[in-house]
Design a protein around this ligand. Structure first.
Ligand code: HGY
Ligand code: MN
Ligand code: MN
Length: 410
């Protein structure tokens, strides 16, 4: 008989991991940062304690593996990086749940191998793209991509990985052999308010939104704010304002779609000077590809018109494009059966947040479980989920893993 998951143990791991932060407010654990390296060391030790063989890969993902009788394996995981001043649960809660599953199955003989992965740079905040480790393992990235992807200080992923004593040149050799992977499973906080509002402890994800992200650079001319007539300015901020206004308008017109300008830098950023440079991010999402395409077209048209009026130039750099992801129907039915057997109420739902499961679901049978987020809050210090809900997710996911393992003995 396999023990039940222990909420206290899950919460203790999360409290400890939340201390690995490069900042006082919330959790700031960016890729390859000092906080990230502390988290890698902690996860390495805890994976070894759970009887796993551990290695850290080219992009900084931590892998804990126990082979099975069969050559194939089940992968469980989520990400250990965070957004700046984020919460203590996003991503890392799924890694800890994987640890707890490995611990509970430690003495159980399994047909399929079991691999727990803590992915790096899922968020894409430092380098702009996201899904770094998962896309690398899928073979969707090359070493050259790592050398070309740079943060705001001009440091490339490649250089940051080297500085963290990793081996980015090993990336091609670490690419997954897809036929050897039976399933990818991820437990994650919902990051929205649906489960809490519906008073349901477990969400079964059916789909993940498609996403497109861009960095837009607008170049105007710095001038005196007092002596430069309005019709003689080359104000880089005016087209940025047009983007922000149009993004809100067009997203409100597309039910279920969202558009966000989350970061905006301007220079010289002075109260009495017309802006000569603006760099802003744009993040578009919907389960419907045509809605994302429509929002992109409308927003870029508004940008072009405003840029002409303002007599400025601009450059649009796509940083991420991902089709919507659909979870594996057979794995969904396994999760539903497990939850029903344990008399746990569930609801099927889409994910408005991106996850490593999004790129992975394009090539590997994938399933996700959500637990409620208090107040629907995430990507902020207030982010919180109940350890008891995480323990329920572990029990249901573990039961599903045992079910998958029965396939092999049939
Ligand atoms: O952006 C997202 O949806 C995720 O948190 N990376
Ligand atoms: Mn996440
Ligand atoms: Mn996130």
């Amino acid at each position: 008989m396999i023990e039940k998951a222990e909420a206290g143990r899950i919460e203790a791991h999360l409290r400890q991991l939340a201390r690995f932060s490069d900042g006082e407010t919330g959790v700031t654990r960016l890729p390859f940062s000092p906080a990230a390296r502390k988290a890698v060391a902690y996860l390495t030790k805890k994976m070894q304690d759970a009887g796993l063989k551990v290695h850290v890969d080219a992009t900084g993902a931590v892998h804990g593996l126990r082979p099975g009788k069969n050559f194939r394996r089940i992968i469980l995981g989520s990400h250990y990086d965070s957004v700046p001043q984020g919460g203590a649960f996003d991503g890392i809660a799924g890694v800890v749940c994987g640890l707890e599953i490995a611990r509970l199955l430690q003495d159980k003989e399994l047909n399929y191998g079991l691999e727990i992965i803590a992915f790096n740079d899922e968020e894409g905040v430092r380098f702009g793209a996201g899904f770094l480790s998962s896309k690398a393992l899928l073979g969707d990235l090359t070493v050259e991509d790592l050398q070309n992807c740079r943060d705001k200080e001009g440091i490339s992923v490649y250089e940051a990985a080297k500085a963290a004593e990793l081996t980015p040149d090993n990336l091609p050799a670490e690419r997954w052999e897809l036929p050897k992977i039976r399933a990818f499973l991820e437990i994650h906080i919902e990051q929205g308010g649906v489960l809490e509002y519906q008073q349901v402890p477990l969400g079964i994800v059916t789909g993940i939104v498609g996403m497109r992200r861009y960095t837009i650079e607008i170049t105007g001319r710095a001038d005196h704010a007092g002596t430069t007539p309005m019709d003689m300015r080359h104000d880089a901020l005016w087209p940025a304002a047009a983007i922000i206004k149009e993004a809100r308008r067009v997203a409100l017109a597309c039910p279920g779609a969202v558009a966000t300008v989350g970061s905006l830098l301007m220079s010289p950023n002075a109260v009495n000077t017309v802006a000569d440079k603006v760099e802003l991010s744009l993040d578009l999402r919907s389960m419907e590809v045509r809605e994302v395409a429509h929002m992109e077209q409308q927003i870029f048209q508004a940008l072009a018109e405003a840029a002409e009026v303002a007599a400025v130039t601009y450059d649009i750099k796509p940083s991420l494009a991902s089709q919507p992801g659909f979870m594996d129907k057979e794995l969904i039915s396994y999760l539903q059966t497990s939850a029903k057997k344990k008399e746990i109420k569930t609801m099927n739902m889409h994910s408005g947040a991106g996850h490593d499961a999004l790129p992975i679901s394009a090539k590997v049978p994938t399933a996700m479980l959500f637990v409620p987020s208090k107040g629907g809050r995430s990507h902020c210090p207030e982010e919180w989920s109940n350890g008891e809900h995480l323990a329920i997710a572990v029990d249901v996911m573990l039961d599903t893993i045992l079910k998958i393992n029965q396939e092999e003995s049939l």
